[in-house]
Design a protein around this ligand. Structure first.
Ligand SMILES: [Fe+2]
Length: 199
């Protein structure tokens, strides 16, 4: 791991450094999150298509994780000021995340395996399933809350799924929310990371 004045590169490789630098430049020159996401798209697609950059240790499931179900959330990079993070989310076959939110905009895409994603809308305190979509390797989307910020993913492939998240907060360490989809009840939720502590 390398830490400099502003950034913590847990996976410290030229690929990750170049990607983060391009993201920083895109955010600095964009007038809105949507514009920044558009500018980041090509580089993010390249990352998802590159079979070599994600070291295997960050594609492992994690029996003792905050997400439950053997789900591993591995920090790859995070900004010291909490303004940006890159992490992998590893969901074993048949496991699913709690219904949760993210509270930050960014890009999320699938690197390995397949997932079903269920997106929920909040209506008068209740949750309504608003969309269900199947994701395969290379599929990704821009997440710009509050739209579509509440979801749950389940791995549908026999192999563990690995998704890559680039979000404009320290997602593993901020307090966000998990939801009971039946009642709509929310509870404070902090997923943590398997490999780094929250500051
Ligand atoms: Fe999520």
């Amino acid at each position: 791991m390398t830490t400099d004045s502003a950034d913590e590169y847990v996976l410290d490789t030229p690929t990750v450094r170049a990607f983060v630098a391009s993201v920083r430049a895109a955010i600095a020159s964009a007038a809105s999150p949507a514009q920044a996401c558009d500018a980041i798209r090509p580089g993010f697609a390249e990352l998802l298509a590159d079979p070599d950059w994600l070291a295997s240790e960050y594609a492992r499931d994690a029996p003792e994780s905050g997400m439950g179900g053997g789900i591993g959330q591995w920090a790859l990079y995070r900004a010291e000021d909490g303004s940006l993070s890159l992490f992998s989310l590893v969901v074993p076959s048949g496991s699913e995340t709690p219904v949760h939110d993210h509270l930050a905009w960014g890009l999320v895409g699938l690197y390995r395996g397949t997932q079903d994603e269920e997106i929920f809308a909040r209506e008068r305190g209740a949750l309504r399933l608003s969309e269900r979509r199947a994701l395969g390797p290379g599929d990704f989307y821009a997440l710009i809350p509050p739209a579509d910020d509440i979801h749950r993913v389940r791995t549908t492939s026999a192999e563990t799924s690995v998704s890559i998240h680039l979000l404009t907060n320290d997602t593993g360490c901020v307090w966000r929310h998990a939801y009971d989809p039946a009642s709509g009840e929310e509870r404070p939720f902090r997923s943590g990371y398997v490999n780094v502590d929250c500051r």
